[in-house]
Write a protein that binds this ligand. Structure first.
Ligand code: E4P
Length: 222
């Protein structure tokens, strides 16, 4: 499963790239607001820092506008994925952009049938917002399961990208279901490394090592 960072903050992008574990980035208008810079600088810089796919969202809500913005965003860099909401106008725009060879991420997805429509339109990715469904009293992960089944039933190549991730358990559930990718905020990405027993056992090993005779000239230094 690919791991994407869901952020437009350059410090977070740089740190995640340095860790060597992320496959791409997803951004959205709210992330750009949080990052606090100008998108004309932020988007190209993220595309430069990351070799994998970078999702950048359109703002227009009519098909012509979405297509126009999508074409312009795709000009920023070869790794741009144009993020389009799964509204009627967006699904139509996805079909047009896809026919031009522009990769798309169908976003703000809350039903399996929206995902089916996006896949039929040729979307490269579909982004179900599972944490937001949980907050609305539904089980977001069930949506992921349903989309997986639909895509497998018909051999759709659209990649299932779980989004609106709220905790590491969402990442685990995504992987168990067979999502192609999962995008998460920086704190969740960082939390994937953690277990208190890892820290405890490491401290025990290092403590015991202090009473072991020194291996002069060996691999551990003097
Ligand atoms: C995904 O691509 C979106 O940017 C993101 O996951 C939205 O999630 P939110 O509910 O945290 O805004």
């Amino acid at each position: 499963m690919k791991l994407f960072l869901d952020s437009a903050r350059l410090d977070e992008v740089k740190q995640a790239v340095d860790w060597g574990i992320i496959d791409g980035i997803t951004t959205n208008p709210s992330h750009v607001k949080t990052a606090g810079g100008n998108p004309s600088k932020i988007y190209p810089e993220i595309c430069r820092l990351v070799s994998g796919p970078v999702s950048i969202e359109t703002i227009a809500t009519d098909t012509e506008g979405i297509v126009r913005e999508g074409r312009a965003l795709a000009e920023i860099s070869d790794n741009v994925i144009v993020k389009v909401p799964v509204i009627k106008e967006g699904i139509k725009a996805i079909r047009i952009l896809s026919s031009e060879g522009i990769s798309t991420n169908a976003t703000i997805n809350f039903t399996p049938l929206q995902a089916l429509l996006a896949a039929k339109a040729g979307a490269t990715y579909i982004s179900p917002f599972i944490g937001r469904l949980d907050s609305a009293g539904q089980k977001g992960i069930e949506l992921v399961d349903q989309i997986r089944k639909i895509f497998d039933n018909y051999g759709f190549e659209t990649q299932l990208l779980t989004a609106a991730i709220r905790h590491p358990e969402h990442v685990l559930q995504s992987a168990l279901i067979g999502a192609d990718a999962c995008t998460m905020g920086f704190s969740i990405l960082s939390g994937l490394y953690d277990h208190h027993l890892t820290d405890l056992v490491l401290q025990q090993f290092l403590g015991d090592w202090e009473s072991v005779p020194k291996w002069i000239g060996g691999p551990y230094g003097d």
